[in-house]
Design a protein around this ligand. Sequence first.
Ligand SMILES: NC(=O)c1ccc[n+]([C@@H]2O[C@H](COP(=O)([O-])OP(=O)(O)OC[C@H]3O[C@@H](n4cnc5c(N)ncnc54)[C@H](OP(=O)(O)O)[C@@H]3O)[C@@H](O)[C@H]2O)c1
Length: 251
Amino acid sequence: MDEPVSTPARLAVVVGGSGGVGGALARALVENPAYDQIVVLSRQRPAYCSAPESQGRLVWIAADILDEDSLAEAARRIGLLGAPALILIATGILHDERLTPEKTMRTLNAEALSRIFLVNAVGPALAAKHLLPLTPRDQPSVLAALSARVGSIGDNQLGGWYGYRASKAALNMLIHTLAIEHRRTRPLGICVALHPGTVDTALSAPFQGPGMAQRLFTPERSAAALLAVVDGLGPDANGGFYAWDGAPIPW
Ligand SMILES: NC(=O)c1ccc[n+]([C@@H]2O[C@H](COP(=O)([O-])OP(=O)(O)OC[C@H]3O[C@@H](n4cnc5c(N)ncnc54)[C@H](OP(=O)(O)O)[C@@H]3O)[C@@H](O)[C@H]2O)c1
């Protein structure tokens, strides 16, 4: 009898797996037989990473997207597991104890703008810097970073949310630029920015109004839609910005 041909393990990485959408993405991938192992990167270990039923398929690695040493160490450990075919970057902030989306230019301040740029644009770019070199050279791969429709300059009719909008526009440019460079060594590699819809998570909670109930996704619905978009990306999608339904979003 012939020896079975060994196929490389299919590996997926979720950066920001402690978040609402990131957690739903990781849990959906664990149920997907197309992947053998899911690596979750986050600052704290999410509870679902300790669930006994997922042991072996889920690997948690501590990483902070603003700490390059932690990203380099995470990349080293992921490299020992294999070459990731899918990298999802689901980190981001809109508000926290020191940050409130600006309604007017009068509230712009350097500290808040710098911080939101760091987390929403610089951090994902650094994560991509350390993780993209792990993707296979001769197999298809996708890196998708969660952006936001409000980061579209062409779609901005309402104004406000200066820092969040601008940081996501910066993220979009970083992803587009990474996509061009990545293609030079990975002809089958794809990098995209995705809008997950309006999703019921801690990030959106303070801004959910009664009128939003109709279009508010559960994290599970958003994750399923995003994974379907990722599955359907063709080679020409490289460097693009797409919504949860696969529709392109203007820059
Ligand atoms: N929810 C929506 O309606 C919506 C709409 C459009 C776009 N998005 C985008 O979708 C993405 C996911 O959002 P979400 O709704 O799932 O938000 P979330 O539940 O607040 O999750 C945000 C994630 O970002 C992580 N994070 C923040 N700073 C980090 C850092 N320095 N290092 C590592 N991780 C860090 C958080 O980790 P910790 O747990 O360690 O803080 C958490 O895992 C974000 O990029 C967001 O902008 C969301």
